[in-house]
Every structure is written in structure tokens, then in C-alpha cells.
Design a protein. Structure first.
Lengths: 345, 297
């Protein structure tokens, strides 16, 4: 227990260090770092509405991050959450489009499943390339993010284009109110239910199944997995698919919930933030639940800053990036993680 | 044909410079995913300072200083704080993308693009259809060759490779792997600054937020595709820009027969194909355990 307390303290220390670096950058750019942090805190946590808003941002982030935990535990760096999230939203939008007119109790589950399947498929090809040919998954998933972004632009300006839409940002037709699972705030019983169910599922998968034990072993010492009778490649691919499916689920939730339509380039930092949440939480599912509230608050503040305080939203990107820079600094809890396997010289 | 080659050279040169920075880091044993962030920081600093001070030299100087500082930060985080190089590199990239966004907004309020009156010196009329290319394009083969000499024909290059492949062996002959990595990253910072300067001041003479659009990651993929060899990585980088140029040509020829947004995805798909190919050639797949070792220097 003291080991994990130590890990939490270390993670907090590095987050603080990252915030100091951000403060320095803000000052260099000519902003007062004090007022910047104060405004971010106001936008994120200062009032009940802000808290509710932050929760709305945190829910999809939690789903993606919990999925990311699974693939990172297997020792595979699936950094393609953003692309899987987009493709999930697109799959879900197509399902709604095709089933338009059917009763809601058919359309909504179908759209959610379509989103999960689409996210899973978008994670499947980098995973297969990785285990079949040893193609580095960091590069393929990063490229997959760019391709998914372009597919989203294509879909919103082609097949699902809103004909009444004007301006530079393309968007799809809005989804009928009947099929929405929340208002634009993003907090509703349906969404909370979905998020809690996926959280419990992943917690059980990670902590109470043979897959969970073997996968965290795979992250630490891949050779041992073979000796324990596990198949490293199969384990890694399963991790990929699980994380892709949950990123896709988050895409479906965003589409049916707060967004209500596909917009090209929506939530561009969602995947990166979710990966960050998984790392800050030390790849623990319960940790992810707490940490995603914090990052949900930051994400909520990214809308508050330019509108209310007149400060650039890029400040939030900088905070996230600085935390990413430092968070793996020995922040892996003891025995879990990506440490080098020492070879006898 | 000539204008196609000029297009390829123009868009490929920043990739090649960034890939050379990646090669240096790769040989020292660091997977450099911060290339994207350093490149955009270099581009932003070059344009902002050049247009503000009216001097190209000042712009280049500040760009190099910024990139070298960023590289030093990455080194501290990886070597001193023992962070995971991949995540730290992605963090540096995010810092570069967000920091340049903030800097542009701080100076120009809400404008997303900044123009510069002064650009890099051009080749001039003597080069015919290549007149509009910058001198950095001409210098590119020289830099690649110099890097090849440095890495393959000098004591320093051998020591650097030892630090990447077997740090223990390097240490046993009195070479300090962390110090060699610092040198490699700082040199790479200079190259990234040149890559950014060429990207922004080469033919466009403007900086826009997020203008690198994944080119740094492509440069990193070129390093993998080129097996960490300077000449191989340079050709891999040029191959990616050939695909990009063909995509643009196809768009002009076919008009709207193919969706233009999907043609834009071609270079990214080519990058995946290149990395897949190099994985196959090295017989990957089966040796996941050995790969995990390679991954974490």
C-alpha cells in the first residue's frame, strides 16, 4: 500500500513540475501565469455548473482512458485513441443514418454497437500489422489518427453532409432528438450508466481475470508470458481490440450525446488527453476514474478560457503536453510498467 | 516533369532535415518522437523573429536556439528523470504545437497565419525551373553526405552507434552514453530548426498554426524505413514526398473523380506501408520480446 501511495505522490510531484514549466511558458508569452491558472480553475471547478460541465467532459475521457489502460498494460503503445474515437463516431453516425425512422430502442443500441465495432476495426489493422510483421504500432497508430481525421472531413463533406451547412467547418446532419442520449451538457443517466458499466467491465478484465494477470505480465516481462503458457501476440492484439472498442464507444457517446452531429475536427485533443489520463493514473482503472475528473475539468476550461477570460485555449494543450513530458519519469508504480528488461552483458 | 521534381524537392527537404535529426537520435538509442514539436517550434521562431527583426540571420539564430533548448529539455527528461522516451517525445511535440499556437496568439491576437516579407535566399534564375527553391534544398545532399561521413567514417559515429546498440560496451571503453545522446539530440535540434525554417521560409514564407501536419512523425517513420542510415532515411523521406506530390497531381488530373480529402491521406498511408515493409524485411513479428528491449533503449 505504501508503494502505491509513493507512486501517487511521485505522479503529483511531476504534475506540479509540469505546471511550473507551463507557468514559465505563459510568462514568456506575455500572459500572467497566476491569472491563467486562476481562470482555468474557475472554468473547471469553481461553480456547480462548472463541475457538472467538467463531469460531462470527463465521462467519455474515462471510457477512452480505461481502454487505453488495457493496451498499455499489454506493453503495446496504442496511441491511436483519437483515430479510433473518430471512426467510432463515424460508424455510429452511419448506423443512425441507415436506421433513421426506426424506434429509439433499436437505433440507440445499434448505433452504440456500430461505434464500438468501428473503433475496434480501426484498432485491428495496426494491431495485426504489429503482431504479424512487427510494424511499429506507435507510428501506425499515429498515422491512423491523421487518416481518420481526413476520413471525418470526407464523411462530413460528402456522404453525410448537411446541405444547409455553411462556413468553413463541415458537419453532418443533426441527429433527431429522439435518438439523442443527452443534451449538449453531456451528463445524463444513460451516459452515466454506459460509462459505469464499461468501467466495471474493464476493472474486472484487468483485475479479476487471467487475461488481466497475463497482460500486466506482458508489459513487464514479455518472455515470462510464454513460460506461463500465454501467447504474447494474441494478448497484445486483444488489448488493442479492447482499447479500440472503448474508444469507439466514447465516439458513439459523444455523437449521440453532447455533439448531436459529426463536425469535422471535433475534440482534436481527446485521444491524447485520454492516453495522458491512463499514464497519470499509473495504468490503474480506479486511478483513471479520479484522474479523468481532473482532465475533464481542464478540457472544460479550454472552452471557458477564450470566451469568458479572453485567454487562448492553447494553454490547456500546453498543460497537457507538459504533463505528458514528465509523467513517465519513473512514475510507473513499482513492478508495473515499461522498464527495460536487463540483459546479462 | 521538372516542376514535379521541384515540387518533390520543395516538400521533401524539410522532411529530410528532420529525418537526419531522427537518425542521429536513433543511432544514439533514442526513438525521437519530438521531431514534430521541434520542427514547428523552429518554423514559428524563424517566421516570427525574421518578420519582427527584419533579419533572416536573427530568425535562424533564434529558431536554432529554441530547438536546441527543446532538445536539451527532452534529454534531461529522458536521461536524468528516466522518462519513457516515446511518451516524453510525444509530450515535447504537444508542447511545440501548443506553444507555437500560444505564441502566435500572444503576438497577433486571433490570427492563425503570420507572413514574413523575407524568405530564405533562392537558387536564382540560373537554375531554370528550380529558381524558386531555397538554398537549403541545394545544401540538403551535402548535409546528408556530411552526416553519413560523421556516422559511418568517424570515431564519433562509431561511439554513437555503440551507445545505441550496446551501452554497456560503450561504457567499457570510457564513452558516456548519456553525454553522447546529449550531443546527438543537440545536433538534431539544429537540424530540426533548419527543417522548420525551410518549411516556413522556403517557398511559402508564412507560418500557420499546426502547419507541420504530421511531417515530424513522417520523418521519424523515414528513419525506421531507412533503417537508421542517413542515406536510406533521406531516400525514404523523399519517397514520402513523392507520394504526396503524386496525390496533388492526381487531384489536378482527375478533378473530383476521387475525394480530395482521401488523396491527402496518401502520404500517411505510404508511411504505414514503408514502416510495414521495413518490419517485414527485418523479419519482425516473431521476436516481440527482443523488440521490447529495443524499444526502451
Amino acid at each position: 500500500m505504501s508503494g502505491s501511495l509513493f507512486a501517487v505522490a511521485r505522479a503529483l510531484a511531476f504534475v506540479l513540475l509540469a505546471l511550473v514549466l507551463c507557468g514559465a511558458i505563459f510568462e514568456l508569452a506575455g500572459y500572467s501565469s497566476l491569472s491563467m491558472f486562476q481562470n482555468i480553475a474557475e472554468g473547471a471547478f469553481a461553480s456547480p455548473e462548472a463541475l457538472l460541465n467538467s463531469l460531462g467532459w470527463a465521462l467519455p475521457l474515462f471510457v477512452i482512458a480505461a481502454g487505453v489502460v488495457v493496451s498499455f498494460r499489454c506493453g503495446y503503445f496504442n496511441v491511436g485513441a483519437q483515430g479510433q474515437f473518430y471512426i467510432g463516431a463515424i460508424g455510429s453516425a452511419f448506423a443512425v443514418e441507415w436506421l433513421n425512422g426506426a424506434p429509439a430502442f433499436i437505433v440507440i443500441p445499434a448505433a452504440i454497437l456500430a461505434g464500438m465495432a468501428a473503433g475496434l476495426l480501426w484498432a485491428a489493422w495496426p494491431g495485426l500489422l504489429r503482431i504479424r510483421s512487427g510494424t511499429d504500432e506507435v507510428i501506425t497508430t499515429l498515422m491512423a489518427n491523421f487518416i481518420a481525421g481526413l476520413v471525418l472531413i470526407y464523411v462530413t463533406s460528402g456522404p453525410l453532409k448537411d446541405p444547409s451547412g455553411t462556413g468553413q467547418v463541415t458537419a453532418s446532419r443533426p441527429i433527431a432528438a429522439l435518438y439523442r442520449i443527452s443534451d449538449s451538457g453531456g451528463v445524463s443517466p444513460a451516459i452515466i450508466g454506459l460509462v459505469v458499466v464499461s468501467g466495471v467491465l474493464i476493472w474486472v478484465l484487468v483485475n479479476r481475470t487471467a487475461f488481466g494477470v497475463l497482460s500486466s505480465l506482458a508489459g513487464r516481462n514479455p518472455v515470462m508470458v510464454g513460460w506461463q503458457g500465454g501467447r504474447l501476440a494474441r494478448l497484445g492484439l486483444a488489448g488493442f481490440l479492447v482499447s479500440g472498442a472503448f474508444a469507439g464507444l466514447a465516439g458513439a457517446i459523444e455523437l449521440l450525446g453532447p455533439q448531436g452531429r459529426l463536425v469535422s475536427g471535433f475534440l482534436p485533443a481527446e485521444g491524447f488527453t485520454a492516453i495522458l489520463i491512463a499514464l497519470v493514473a499509473g495504468l490503474s482503472v480506479t486511478g483513471v476514474a479520479v484522474v479523468s475528473l481532473f482532465f475533464g475539468g481542464l478540457a472544460a476550461a479550454s472552452l471557458y478560457l477564450p470566451v469568458i477570460a479572453g485567454l487562448p485555449a492553447a494553454a490547456i494543450d500546453i498543460i497537457n503536453a507538459a504533463i505528458a513530458l514528465f509523467i513517465t519519469a519513473r512514475a510507473w508504480p513499482r513492478g508495473l510498467g515499461l522498464r527495460r528488461v536487463r540483459r546479462a552483458p | 516533369m521538372n516542376d514535379l521534381i521541384a515540387l518533390i524537392l520543395g516538400s521533401g527537404t524539410p522532411l529530410v532535415y528532420a529525418a537526419m535529426a531522427g537518425v542521429l537520435a536513433q543511432r544514439a538509442g533514442i526513438w525521437h518522437l519530438g521531431l514534430e514539436g521541434l520542427m514547428i517550434a523552429g518554423a514559428c521562431a524563424a517566421v516570427l523573429v525574421t518578420s519582427a527583426a527584419g533579419s533572416l540571420l536573427a530568425g535562424l539564430g533564434v529558431a536554432i536556439a529554441v530547438c536546441v533548448l527543446g532538445s536539451a529539455l527532452l534529454w534531461v527528461v529522458i536521461e536524468k528523470l528516466k522518462a519513457n522516451p516515446i511518451i516524453a517525445g510525444l509530450g515535447l511535440t504537444g508542447l511545440g504545437l501548443g506553444g507555437t499556437d500560444l505564441a502566435v496568439q500572444a503576438v497577433f491576437d486571433s490570427e492563425a497565419t503570420v507572413r514574413s516579407e523575407i524568405g530564405l535566399p533562392r537558387l536564382g534564375a540560373a537554375f531554370g525551373p528550380y529558381a524558386h527553391l531555397s538554398v537549403l534544398v541545394l545544401a540538403m545532399p551535402v548535409v546528408v553526405f556530411a552526416l553519413w561521413v560523421l556516422l559511418r567514417r568517424t570515431r564519433f559515429g562509431l561511439q554513437l552507434a555503440a551507445c545505441g546498440e550496446h551501452p554497456f560496451a560503450a561504457r567499457s571503453v570510457g564513452v558516456s552514453p548519456p553525454r553522447m545522446r546529449l550531443v546527438a539530440l543537440l545536433l538534431g535540434g539544429v537540424l530540426c530548426a533548419l527543417a522548420g525554417a525551410e518549411l516556413a521560409l522556403g517557398s511559402l514564407q508564412l507560418f500557420s498554426v499546426g502547419m507541420t501536419a504530421g511531417r515530424g512523425f513522417m520523418a521519424f517513420a523515414a528513419v525506421i524505413f531507412g533503417a537508421g542510415h542517413p542515406v536510406g532515411a533521406a531516400f525514404a523521406a523523399l519517397f514520402f514526398s513523392v507520394v504526396e506530390a503524386l496525390g496533388i497531381k492526381a487531384q489536378l488530373l482527375l478533378g473530383n473523380a476521387l475525394p480530395p480529402d482521401l488523396l491527402l491521406a496518401l502520404p500517411y498511408a505510404a508511411t504505414v506501408a514503408g514502416v510495414w515493409l521495413s518490419g517485414r524485411l527485418r523479419g519482425g513479428g516473431q521476436s516481440s520480446g527482443a523488440f521490447a528491449e529495443l524499444r526502451d533503449y
